[in-house]
Design a protein. Structure first.
Length: 238
């Protein structure tokens, strides 16, 4: 009899555990579905890439309030995008630029267009200024985090980071004669998790179609010489 009671009690406990897990799973699924229902995909505008028939749709997302007047998701800054959708209007094939978490600040189509201003710098690439790393570890990507330079081909494939990690992009240009991208980047020299006027600004280069990592242009000897000259000519007189 004791054995039967022990068996029956164990069976009840196991059954309750299974049912509890099922209920939690259902509730969690309902919450996820409710959050997704409040999202609205927004493809507000598009651009054709240099008469190729390929269209680029920068993606934004609108959302409705929950019943308690709050939102499920963090708001993105105006005029910035969380992804880009590429559509081949000839074949109706489409794909996303990336499935990584990114905040796209700008994308540059001028180097593969017929515009007069850059007709001498033709390349079959698209360049992007992106924030993709929570550098200061505050659990959100903001303007305090570094900006990186990314590139893809004309059709949004082969998406990759060009500028080195943990440096924030200031300025860049594509130099056709050398097929290089030259970049000026801010280094967090004082390690305070900020990129500001107190930090060092360095120049890097990378050959656009190479697999090599970007490398610094100016050698340490030159930088030391510049520091000594500035120190000699501009130090405050006591």
């Amino acid at each position: 009899m004791k054995i039967f009671i022990l068996f029956f009690t164990t069976f009840l406990l196991l059954s309750c555990g299974k049912n509890s897990g099922s209920i939690e799973s259902v509730v969690s699924h309902e919450r996820d579905s409710s959050a997704l229902d409040n999202l609205n995909i927004q493809t507000n505008s598009f651009t054709e890439i240099d008469s190729t028939g390929v269209l680029i749709f920068p993606l934004q997302m609108g959302q409705n309030k929950r019943n308690d007047e709050s939102y499920n998701y963090k708001e993105m800054p105006d005029n910035q995008y969380w992804n880009i959708l590429f559509l081949n209007s000839i074949t109706n094939e489409y794909h996303l630029l990336t499935e990584e978490k990114v905040m796209i600040l700008e994308y540059d189509l001028e180097y593969n267009s017929e515009q007069e201003i850059k007709k001498n710098k033709k390349t079959n690439h698209i360049f992007y200024k992106i924030r993709s790393k929570d550098y200061n570890q505050d659990k959100v990507i903001t303007e305090d985090d570094p900006v990186y330079l990314y590139v893809s081909d004309n059709f949004g494939e082969n998406f990759r980071q060009l500028s080195p990690s943990n440096y924030s992009l200031n300025y860049w240009d594509y130099i056709e004669n050398s097929n290089k991208v030259i970049m000026t980047l801010t280094k967090d020299s004082n390690r305070n998790k900020l990129f500001d006027e107190k930090d060092e600004v360095l120049t890097f280069e990378i050959v656009l179609d190479d697999a090599e990592k970007p490398k610094e242009v100016f050698k340490t000897e030159l930088k030391q010489k510049l520091k000594k000259l500035y120190d000699r000519d501009w130090k405050k007189i006591k």
